[in-house]
Write a new protein. Structure first.
Length: 350
């Protein structure tokens, strides 16, 4: 009897999208069981965890001095290792009850622009959270697989994955990345741009959650048939008193212009470096938009206008990375992650 295959069959497998803004966990045979903000609330003195995920996010900007809310990931990588480890442990416990002798295998999506040190930190956090084996996969590759793109064929597929901390642009063919661009610009920078705009134009200081709410409610990158408005509340920087303003979607487009242009520049640079044959494939198949940033109103129209290429937002863009990672685990196609780690090691020694 092949005991290795027996244990492999019974070993739980978790696909994890450990994102700057949100964490998603997929358990083999069960589907996506967790989709919560990557936030943890900790008591400063005792070091005890008070909340994680949705509950911790509700505490942002509202905690007493004794409690701090932490977003352990910044720009797509771990910024606070201890907090990330605690958060990951609690998230895993929500979807998988630990067993003494059975530890899950984990495949985690990471930005293509990470360093070997940053990649090792992600795998170490997974192992400390109870992983038997921990692997990583490039987020744009996982997103392309999750979106159903034919990445193993001899044809070019282009994906733009706009996450909370990074934007990943990749051209993929024959099961490997031909070229990629990773910039640390994403949803967080868009939120910060909105908050900076209200300070500059209206002397109104708004919180992180309010800026995100404005983005979700009326954020757009292309003129809309019906423009929207949002009543933003915050603190007047002149009087120090609570105040509110009505913000239109046109003003939000102006506010987020700089980070959006940075994303478009990364896309154009990737296209400039693409071979004519692959460019022809992309022109025929179009550009796939994934990640939360793809849901900004008019994003596909803006990309199409800027590049001259057809662009579409895939079905369920928020789940593409975790669904792609789950498919890689289910099919045992770990050659994708070994190719990435080999490129990573080569790149870091150059």
């Amino acid at each position: 009897m092949d005991f290795s295959r027996f244990f492999q069959h019974w070993t739980p497998e978790l696909a994890i999208d450990l994102g700057t803004a949100n964490t998603l966990i997929h358990l083999r045979g069960k589907g996506i069981l967790l989709r919560e903000p990557s936030v943890i609330a900790i008591e400063k003195d005792a070091g005890e965890v008070r909340a994680v995920g949705d509950e911790a996010k509700r505490m942002l900007g509202r905690t007493p001095h004794a409690i701090t809310t932490i977003r352990p990931l910044r720009d797509g990588v771990i910024a606070d290792f201890d907090a990330a480890e605690q958060m990951l442990i609690l998230f895993i416990e929500k979807v998988y009850r630990r067993r003494r002798f059975i530890h899950p295998n984990m495949l985690i999506g990471v930005p293509s622009g990470v360093t070997e040190v940053e990649c090792r930190a992600v795998k170490d956090a997974a192992r400390h959270a109870g992983a038997r084996e921990a692997w990583v996969i490039e987020e744009p590759v996982a997103a392309a697989i999750g979106a159903g793109l034919p990445i193993h064929e001899a044809t070019g597929s282009m994906v733009i994955d706009i996450g909370g901390g990074t934007t990943e642009v990749a051209v993929i063919s024959l099961g490997d990345v031909v070229l990629s661009r990773s910039i640390r610009v994403g949803g967080d920078e868009i939120d910060e741009a909105i908050a900076a705009y209200t300070r500059r134009e209206f002397n109104l200081q708004i919180g992180e959650r309010t800026a995100e709410a404005i983005k979700l409610a009326i954020g757009s990158v292309w003129p809309q048939t019906r423009e929207l408005a949002y009543l933003a509340r915050g603190r007047d920087l002149v009087t120090g008193l609570p105040a509110q303003i009505e913000l239109g979607s046109g003003a939000v487009r102006e506010a987020i212009g700089e980070p959006v242009l940075a994303i478009l520049d990364a896309v154009k640079l990737a296209l400039e470096q693409t071979t004519p044959e692959l460019s022809a494939d992309i022109m025929e198949r179009g550009i796939a938009l994934t990640g939360g940033g793809a849901l900004l109103r008019g994003m596909e129209r803006l990309v199409q206008h800027a590049t001259g290429m057809p662009a579409t937002v895939v079905d369920d863009p928020l789940s593409c990375v975790v669904l792609g990672a789950a498919k890689v685990l289910a099919e045992g196609d770990l050659g994708l992650r070994t190719a990435f780690e080999r490129r990573l090691a080569t790149r870091d020694t150059e």
